[in-house]
Design a protein around this ligand. Structure first.
Ligand SMILES: [Zn+2]
Length: 479
């Protein structure tokens, strides 16, 4: 027995994340001991989220779940962009108020998160709740000389901010800007300057605020700078989003924030890659554009979609295919089957030492992979290796009492990240719960006709009902 394993242990336990700022894997160290502040750019609620958006939100779910797994306390904020060009023009198109329009799609977004078993953030601030703070921030930028007014709009002057381009690696090309400037950007000093506050025009209809900056509304970028620092403080541990947000959104967020705070805004910038569908860029004109509800309407299961969307490395492009959903189902079933077998196993006392070592080693392999920049493909490979080994012990009746609790602990751990196994975490929606209750009541009254009808309804929704001595058991239909 070797006792001196402290060094190796510390090495294993360190989480490394790929920081887009600096473009390398870095050991994660939170600024504030055990507490980690995480800000993720949320949806613009003018339509249903598409699966590419959802891939990013699922990656952020894995990130925050794993930080919690590592013992951190997470303060996780995701904003809701409820005012911008798209929300305004869509609400006008459908002849409804901006508030009603965005409320509908905010609720649909929350439904998607629930279906995909994405854990709730600590807070979902809406941009329209922070207008005064946004105005105050812009005034500070103006006082510091980073912002100028032109025809009632306020712009950030990127030439004034020395670090502009640090995140994206983009250089400000003066000559190119001058050409573009001559073409169409008359109101800006520099074509790459971006709006902090847009003065009202007729396209905005009744959407405007009339405060310190005059009649208008905030630009998109400033919303995130203000909400993130207001809620999480001037120095945030992790800021995440899709790669498409690196430029200009996140570059602009850094400029606007650091120009005022004079502190490093974010320590780790983490970005998830794009998703393509059957090898092609997703687009409405190609007919390969999908929201979650599109897939659920086609009869696919949210759990399988979750698995498919988390199974690739977050920094690789994900090729979403319908075959992939089927494979995801098979993969979940493989893990679920072993898990369920162990759960219902009647064990004899004792411990199979070899299986015990395999179980512990498999936890280590899983954690090593996740510690290495959340390497999900490697983590999943280790899980399938373990399941294959475990199945042999199950076939040989070699899973003993102590093994059972170790193995159940293993599944509990991996599922705290994967979030796809049922039983302990069986996720029944409120309507299904209500149906079960109604069926139990019908059975008590011996109203068999009604109880059968409800059973058929549950079956349609993909659940099998079993009546046992201990009461009603419900499980997902395997088909
Ligand atoms: Zn943002």
């Amino acid at each position: 027995m070797y006792i001196n394993i402290t060094f190796a242990d510390t090495q294993i336990m360190e989480l490394r994340l790929f920081n887009s700022l600096g473009k390398s894997k870095e050991v994660f160290r939170s600024k504030n001991g055990n507490v980690v502040t995480v800000y993720c750019c949320g949806p613009t609620v003018y339509d249903y989220a598409h699966i590419g958006n959802l891939r990013t939100f699922l990656f952020e779910d894995i990130l925050t779940r794993y930080l919690e797994y590592k013992g951190y306390e997470i303060k996780f904020v995701m904003n809701i962009t409820d005012v911008d060009d798209k929300t305004i023009s869509s609400s006008r198109k459908y002849n409804t108020t901006l508030k009603d329009y965005t409320e509908k799609f905010t609720n649909e977004f929350f439904k998607d998160l629930k279906s995909l078993n994405i854990k709730e953030a600590s807070l979902y601030p809406r941009a329209t709740e922070y207008i005064q703070d946004i105005e105050n921030h812009i005034i500070k930028l103006q006082n510091e000389g980073y912002c100028y007014e032109s025809e009632g709009s306020y712009y950030f002057s990127i030439n004034k901010f020395a670090g502009y381009g640090r995140l994206s690696g983009l250089e400000i090309n003066e000559s190119k800007n001058k050409t573009r400037l001559n073409e169409d950007e008359y109101t800006k000093d520099n074509a790459q300057d971006f709006a902090l506050w847009k003065s009202w025009d007729s396209e905005d209809g009744d959407v405007y605020w009339e405060g310190k900056l005059g009649k208008g509304r905030p630009g998109w970028h400033i919303e995130c700078s203000v909400m993130s620092t207001k809620i999480l403080g001037n120095e945030i541990d992790i800021h995440a989003g899709g790669v498409d947000l690196i430029f200009p959104h996140h570059e602009n967020e850094i400029a606007q924030t650091e120009a005022v705070t004079k502190k490093q805004f974010v320590k780790y910038w983490i970005h998830a890659e794009h998703l393509i569908v059957e090898g092609k860029k997703m687009s409405k004109s190609e007919g390969n554009f999908f929201t979650l509800r599109d897939l659920l309407d086609k009869g696919y299961d949210a759990n399988h979609i979750r698995f498919l969307l988390i199974a690739s490395h977050y920094r690789s492009q994900l090729n979403f295919t319908f075959d992939g959903i089927k494979q995801a189902k098979e993969n979940i079933d493989r893990i679920q089957e072993s898990y369920s077998k162990v759960k219902s196993l009647e064990t004899e006392t004792g411990c199979n030492r070899v299986l015990s070592e395999i179980t512990k080693g498999s936890i280590d392999s899983f954690e090593d992979a996740m510690d290495d920049d959340l390497d999900m493909p490697v983590a999943l490979a280790s899980i399938f290796r373990f399941v294959r080994d475990l199945n042999k012990y199950l076939d040989d009746n070699e899973v003993l009492e102590e093994n059972k609790s170790e193995v159940l602990d293993y599944f509990k751990k991996i599922n705290s990240i994967l979030g796809v196994l049922s039983n302990e975490t069986i996720r029944l929606d409120d309507e299904v719960m209500q149906l079960i209750k109604e069926r139990d009541e019908a059975r008590e009254k011996k109203d068999w006709k009604k109880s059968d009808k409800i059973r058929d309804e549950l079956s349609k929704r993909g659940y099998v009902v079993e009546d046992t001595e201990k009461g009603t058991r419900i499980k997902r239909n395997q088909e």
